[in-house]
Structures are given as structure tokens and as C-alpha cells.
Design a protein around this ligand. Structure first.
Ligand code: ADP
Ligand code: ASP
Ligand code: MG
Length: 469
């Protein structure tokens, strides 16, 4: 028995033409695979619109969310009108969609009364986009004669109660999937499952974080022991750089799990960073493909690509960051400074993106999202009050407007001198590197540069090290 899990992103289901394309892809694959499960994101822009509705409602604005509601209604209804030929089915779908939109209005109204939107309310509100689209796609596939069923992942993926960034509890999720999803697949039904959503054990809706539908596909693939996972998106595959920043970036034919993990973690939006975790445990081949050019070869992601060409394959960037430095001569040889620094950071619920310590032990530098800087500096100053008073630590300071640029490729592990190519490219462009860190997987090298240098740094690394390297 062969099992395939396919996930379609927001642009792939963004209008009637795209949905028709998705249906064609699905129908073609149902002839090739015994069992197919489908995961779908909300139409592109819908999650953002729902968030905007919630936020404006929280600020007391009761005009914006009804406008958003009408736009969402028009957009979804338009797709339904273009796609669904039976009048009865169309009316049923309209009224189902209206129920979700009513729920959106009710939730936004409550938020406006309370004057705040809690993470829990935000998850309930943002889940609506996915709940609507799965119903439309399932109806379209039925019209093509395919037996299928729209399903809310709240029935399948059980998570903790960390709203907006929930962590799945794989043991219970596995049971749910084998009780509720597997029987459908065995019966030849194609389930069309909402991406990004889960629920606590008590059934309260949670989400796995922005862009989390890729992760949903990986979780289901793990629970179903799928043979392959295909992520369908709006570009030809994983590219050597963000195509919005580097228009001539090419598709990378094959990547390893570690390489793509580094890329996703360090800013390549094409895959959610957590996607690889469930996939890697079962060695499931993962493909990234373009919905709008389905015959293209896409990117294949496996454990050990046979072609190890010893090169840098990609460059990524994360913007909106600050670099914090804790420095002082009295830190030399004193155990525990780093541990206390990072526990103060963790106490603020902030995760550190990159760390670099000068070998003189006189400073620790790390990079965090800019909006968290003031609370983190305060927490460290409180933790180190004694050391600051004794002048063992001179100061805790931040450098704002920095970007992490990461070069990724297994070549970093195997090929001596590859780092020199990167620094050479930056040197020729007169770009100052503020800090450096090499990932422990040895397939990434991260550099901190000023935000104003980021675009040039990416372009030079792409041109001199990837294209001509
Ligand atoms: P989806 O809705 O299909 O999940 P996303 O917008 O989340 O799509 O991810 C796909 C987008 O990621 C692409 O349209 C592209 O703009 C962006 N992207 C950023 N870096 C890369 C990269 N290295 N390779 C491919 N796409 C990238
Ligand atoms: N629709 C969700 C988002 O925009 C999930 C996803 O696209 O993966 O974050
Ligand atoms: Mg995405």
C-alpha cells in the first residue's frame, strides 16, 4: 500500500483557477497512489485579514472587521460560484461558509467588548480560513467524482495549550489519526484536512504557528507512516535564495534534511522550520513542487543526497533583529555567566537565534528579535546586578537593525576554504561582518551584518559563491 501526503499552500488555493489546478493534480495522483491525504492552507492573505480583523476589534474599532467579513465572503463565494456547478451544492456551501463568517463576527465582537485579543481567541479566529477552504476543495473533488471528506485537524492533532505556537502531543495524535483518518484512507476516501490547526485534549482550538500547514503535513505523514510528502507551493521548489530578493535564484534539485532545516530556520519561508522534525525520524522523502508548473522537477529532500558537490547551495536572511552584547573583563574564567545570561533571556520567553562568544571570554553576543530587546536587557541587568556593581561586567548593550545572513550547504563540512570564498565575496563588496557562528550540523555559516548591507551581502554571496563558486 502506498501513501502520499500532499499539502497545498495559500496561493495554490487562492482562487478558482488555482483550485482547479489543485483538483487536476489530485485526481492525477489518485491514479498513482493507493492512499492520499491532503492538507490545505487558507487562501493567501486570508489569515492576515482575519488577524487584522481581530486586532482592530481589540482596539475598539467595530467598523473594520465587518468590512473584512464582506471581503472574505465575496472572495470565497466567487470561487464557489465559478467552481461548483450544482445549485444545491453551491447553496449548501454558501451557508456553511456563512456559519464560519458568523463565528468570525461573533468572536471579533467579543474581542471588541473585552478590549483585548488573547492568544486563544486569536487561534479560534485564524482557524476560520482553513475551515472554509477545506470545505470548498472537498466539494470540488466530489464534483469530479472523487470520494473525499473535509476534516478539521482539531479532531486529529492534539496539542498542548500554548496558543499560537502549540506543540503536538504525538502519542495521542497518533491514536487519533489511526482511529479517525486511517479508516477513511483504507476506504478509498481522500481526507482534505485543515492545515496549521490543532486542539487541546479538551477540544480548544490551537495553531502551530504562522506557516504551520507544512508542519501539519509532516505530522500526519509521521502518524500515517506515509511513503512521501509533497509540499505544493507557488515557486518551482526550494531556491538558492529568496526569489523576491534574488530574481535569478535557481531551484535546488536535491537537498539534505539538515540543509533544508538550516534554510528554514534561518529564514527561507518556503518551508516551516518544524516540518523536517517528524519527517527525518522516518526518513520520508519530501518534495517541494510548484502547483502552477506541476511537471517541473521541484526539489527533493532526503537524508543523504547522492550528489555531494561540496558547494554552498543557498543563502538566506532573517531581518528585524538586534545583537545583544554582555561584556566585561571580569567575566574571564568565571563559570556560569553564560548560563545565567541565557536563563534570563529564556525567562522572558525569548528564543535566541544565534550565539557567538569571543575566545577571550570577555563578551557574549547573541541575536534576538528587535521587539524583545528592552525586556531582555532589563532581565539581564537584574540577574547580573552584583556583577555590574562590581564592574565584573561593564555593560549590556544592543546593536539594532541587524540581519543574520546564512550560507547553507553540506560543502561547509567537506570542503576546506569554502568559508574564505564567503568572506572574500563580502570583503570585495566592503561589507563589514559584525559576528559569525557556524552551526553544529556544519552545513551552515551565519553572519551578522547591518540591515543596510543585507541585500548586497545576499546578492554577492549568491553570485560569487553559489552561481560561480
Ligand atoms: P505557501 O502558502 O505555499 O506555504 P509561502 O509563501 O509560505 O507559500 O512560501 C513560498 C514562498 O517562500 C515563495 O513564494 C517565496 O517568495 C518564498 N521564499 C523565500 N525564500 C525562498 C527560497 N529559498 N526558495 C523558495 N521560496 C522562497
Ligand atoms: N494560513 C496559515 C498562515 O498564513 C498557515 C499556512 O499558510 O501554512 O500562516
Ligand atoms: Mg508556507
Amino acid at each position: 500500500m502506498t501513501t502520499l501526503v500532499m499539502k497545498f499552500g495559500g496561493t495554490s488555493v487562492g482562487n478558482a483557477d488555482a483550485l482547479t489546478q489543485v483538483a487536476d493534480i489530485l485526481l492525477a495522483q489518485t491514479r498513482e497512489w493507493d492512499r492520499i491525504a491532503v492538507v490545505v492552507s487558507a487562501m493567501n492573505g486570508v489569515t492576515d485579514a482575519l488577524i487584522q480583523g481581530a486586532r482592530t476589534a481589540a482596539s475598539g474599532d467595530r467598523q473594520t472587521y465587518p468590512k473584512i467579513l464582506s471581503e472574505l465572503q465575496a472572495r470565497h463565494q466567487h470561487a464557489v460560484d465559478q467552481l461548483i456547478s450544482s445549485e444545491g451544492e453551491r447553496k449548501d456551501l454558501w451557508s456553511t461558509l456563512d456559519q464560519y463568517l458568523d463565528e468570525f463576527a461573533t468572536l471579533c465582537h467579543s474581542v471588541s467588548v473585552l478590549g483585548e485579543v488573547t492568544p486563544r481567541a486569536m487561534d479560534a479566529i485564524t482557524s476560520i480560513g482553513e475551515r472554509m477552504i477545506v470545505r470548498i476543495l472537498a466539494c470540488l473533488l466530489r464534483q469530479h467524482g472523487k470520494r473525499c471528506m473535509a476534516m478539521d485537524a482539531t479532531e486529529l492533532i492534539v496539542t498542548d495549550a500554548k496558543f499560537q505556537n502549540a506543540v503536538p502531543r504525538m502519542d495521542i495524535t497518533r491514536e487519533r489519526v489511526s482511529d479517525r483518518l486511517l479508516p477513511l484512507l483504507i476506504d478509498g476516501v481522500v481526507p482534505v484536512v485543515t492545515g496549521v490547526i490543532g486542539a487541546t485534549e479538551d477540544g480548544i482550538t490551537t495553531t502551530l504557528g504562522r506557516g504551520g500547514s507544512d508542519y501539519t503535513a509532516a505530522i500526519l505523514s509521521d502518524c500515517l507512516d506515509a511513503d512521501e510528502v509533497w509540499i505544493w507551493t507557488d515557486v518551482d521548489g526550494v531556491m538558492a535564495a529568496d526569489p523576491n530578493l534574488v530574481p535569478d535564484a535557481r531551484v535546488i534539485p536535491v537537498l539534505s534534511y539538515s540543509e533544508v532545516s538550516e534554510m528554514a530556520y534561518f529564514g527561507a519561508k518556503v518551508l516551516h522550520p518544524k516540518t523536517i522534525r517528524p519527517i527525518i525520524e522516518r526518513d520520508t522523502p519530501l518534495w517541494v513542487k510548484n502547483t502552477f508548473r506541476p511537471t517541473g522537477s521541484g526539489t527533493q529532500i532526503v537524508r543523504d543526497p547522492r550528489v555531494a558537490d561540496g558547494k554552498i547551495k543557498a543563502v538566506t536572511a532573517i531581518k528585524g533583529l538586534s545583537m545583544l552584547t554582555v561584556e566585561g573583563r571580569g567575566m574571564l574564567g568565571v563559570p556560569g555567566i553564560a548560563a545565567r545570561t541565557f536563563s534570563a533571556v529564556a525567562g522572558q520567553g525569548v528564543s535566541v537565534l544565534m550565539i557567538s562568544q569571543a575566545s577571550s571570554e570577555q563578551s557574549i553576543c547573541f541575536v534576538i528579535p528587535s521587539p524583545t530587546v528592552s525586556s531582555v536587557v532589563q532581565a539581564i541587568e537584574e540577574e547580573m546586578a552584583l556583577e555590574l556593581a562590581r564592574r565584573d561586567i561593564d555593560r549590556v548593550w544592543s546593536l539594532d537593525d541587524v540581519v543574520i545572513i546564512t550560507a547553507v550547504g553540506a560543502g561547509l563540512r567537506h570542503t576546506p576554504g569554502i568559508d574564505a570564498l564567503i568572506f572574500g565575496a563580502l570583503g570585495r563588496a566592503s561589507i563589514n561582518v559584525i559576528a559569525i557562528a557556524q552551526g553544529s550540523s556544519e552545513c551552515s555559516l551565519s553572519l551578522v551584518v547591518a540591515a543596510e548591507d543585507a541585500a548586497q551581502a545576499i546578492e554577492h554571496i549568491h553570485r560569487e559563491v553559489i552561481l560561480n563558486g
